[in-house]
Design a protein around this ligand. Structure first.
Ligand code: SAM
Length: 285
């Protein structure tokens, strides 16, 4: 069979609240494909009814995803187009679809993104936090110890941090954020694109007070964003000591790369920066 007769998998973003956010292209494709693989078929059936289209529907969720690969691959091989959707937003972003897309791509199938709503991008686009670099960490662990461990591992990142959170855990998570991030600025985006959309801004402690004084603010869906850590200033005495150490290693015949690696292990910080410093010292700058 020639490639022209093989179907495509369309990865289709659906609204995260406001139905007007479904793109005309997504709407057209959902009416044209032979099959829609959906996280929850009942949920997606409502969207399809709203669009007035009725493709076949199968479920695809974390418990059956691996088993669906062959089935969907056969439909593509038969020349049918298939759409993958999740309950809300962009599939694969804290939603099912990764196994399917990885396997089909490995088999050389055509996979086409149909972009649209995504809660993390919507939240960041209006939060007023730096977006040149951000780190999306999905849902935090449900257990307190593991959650604090994850937050501590991220506390020195200079990129803005983005998390998804459910209303059941928002209080505990804010308490852990207060413990780990102290006075750092947070933005809480709630119910994006819906009637009660709100952005709250402040330290974790101030947001805890805000939610306590207005319990409605603790309802719905949340994206939590945390301002990145300030750039680390190398204090002067550390600079002098680290230069001495690098010079000593270089004088002993240790290579620039190894010397930089050794100092990075001892003092932390990016190897690249230590490499550049060691090279400058070697060149006598
Ligand atoms: N795939 C989705 C996306 O593209 O954003 C995310 C799915 S994930 C299972 C659901 C989580 O996304 C929610 O618990 C919440 O953290 C976030 N979320 C989804 N819709 C949202 C909304 N309208 N407002 C705020 N957060 C939302």
């Amino acid at each position: 069979m020639s490639d022209a007769l093989v179907g495509s998998l369309y990865v289709v973003a659906t609204p995260i609240g406001n139905l007007e956010d479904l793109s005309p292209r997504a709407s057209r494709l959902l009416g044209e494909v032979a099959l829609v693989a959906a996280e929850d078929t009942r949920h997606t059936a409502r969207l399809l009814r709203h669009l007035g289209v009725s493709p076949s529907l199968i479920s695809l969720h974390e418990h059956n995803e691996a088993g669906r690969v062959e089935q969907i691959d056969r439909r593509l091989a038969d020349g049918e187009d298939v759409a993958l959707v999740s309950d809300a937003g962009t599939p694969l972003i804290s939603d099912p679809g990764f196994v399917l897309v990885r396997e089909l791509r490995a088999r050389g199938r055509r996979i086409v993104p149909v972009p649209g709503a995504c809660a993390l991008v919507a939240a960041l686009s209006a939060a007023g936090l730096a977006t040149d670099r951000f780190l999306f960490s999905g849902f935090l662990p449900a257990k307190g110890g593991a959650r604090r461990g994850r937050l501590e591992a991220l506390q020195d990142h200079q990129a803005s941090l983005v998390f998804y959170e459910s209303p059941h855990r928002i209080h505990n998570t804010l308490a852990d954020l207060a413990q780990v991030f102290g006075e750092r600025r947070l933005v809480l985006a709630r119910e994006l694109t819906k009637t009660f959309e709100t952005f709250l801004d402040g330290t974790a402690a101030s947001l805890i007070e805000r939610l306590a004084s207005d319990p409605d603010q603790a309802r719905g869906e949340f994206v939590i964003m945390v301002e990145g850590a300030p750039p680390r200033e190398v204090n002067e005495s550390v600079q002098v000591e680290s230069d001495r150490l690098l010079e000593c290693l270089l004088a002993e015949g240790v290579g620039v790369k190894q010397a930089a690696g050794c100092v990075a292990r001892l003092l932390g910080g990016p190897r690249k920066a230590w490499y550049a410093r060691a090279q400058r010292l070697k060149d006598g700058d």
